[in-house]
Design a protein around this ligand. Sequence first.
Ligand code: DP6
Length: 349
Amino acid sequence: MHIVTCAAPVNIAIVKYWGKRDETLMLPLNSSLSVTLNPVQLRAKTTVAISREFDKSRMWLNSVEQNIDNPRLQNVFREIKQRAYRCHSEKNNCGNREDMLNWHIHICSENNFPTSAGLASSAAGYSCLVSALAYLFGVDGEISDIARLGSGSACRSMYGGFVEWDMGRCNDGSDSVARPVASNEHWPELRALILVVTDDNKKTKSTEGMQKSVNTSELLKTRVERIVPHRINEIKEAIRDKDFDRFAEITMKESNQLHAVCLDTFPPIEYLTEVSRRIMNLVHRFNKLCGRTKVAYTFDAGPNACLFLLEEDVPRVLSLIRHFFRPVNSCFESFIHGLPIEVPRVTTD
Ligand code: DP6
């Protein structure tokens, strides 16, 4: 038996991916950019075991057995095995490993944060699985495109720091890969604060939500053609210059536009809740009071907020949150860029 265990962090989208031009190859309508959190706490951990003794392949997520026939999972297995075969043939090194490619696999994955609540659990999960499989089968080189086959945003969790997923131009998806834009040491003062509003499963999964938007939203077309390309350039400049005001403004506008597209989808999709909107209002009121942008919010396909801010403002913002929102469970410490962030679970009840 051969066993490999990997951990992979979640990534938080700054310029959002929403919509595919190819559902099978998982090719996006636009490029996107995210920040990968430190893998200490918000992470997926996956153990992959293969053995000639296993009579079938099986998978467990958070201790619950999953259907292994899921087409995305099968696409990932197929691609990994093809690349492994190619790598070993090139190195003239097939022997034992080629034999292993025919053995059944057992996969055991667990997340230490709410799964399916808009906290990029599938991104961390597939990124982790692909890393473990690549290690197990000795696949070298670019593998973010394999993670993309599992879940689009997973390709960005293959790297730390600020990461761009280039939409690519080729029909076969070979250039639709993730690339690091800046390492996590580049902007050590930047912090993320995740506010867990709910850990309930979201009603509309991202995949389904984006399909509906592609079919019905006029705003999505304008966004993809006219807005995102500029925003990608702008956010890269803001990151390069460590310009927090600019970074924060683009981040909030991107989040708002994603949710505007969701409302422009027919029938509309609502991921934000009353608590999410109260968090947004609090951020705007706080920024106004400070006379400059001190905090930015962003929401993916769920009501949980991610706030970006600079280290010096963390104590003030945390006390503000504790004042206006009641923590439901005890907060736990997490880390971004090597320094602590807090993950309070909040409600207004
Ligand atoms: C709102 O990557 O979960 O988080 O590719 O269909 O698996 P699939 O979708 P997924 O979508 C993520 C959407 C988002 C924005 C983002 O991460 O860029």
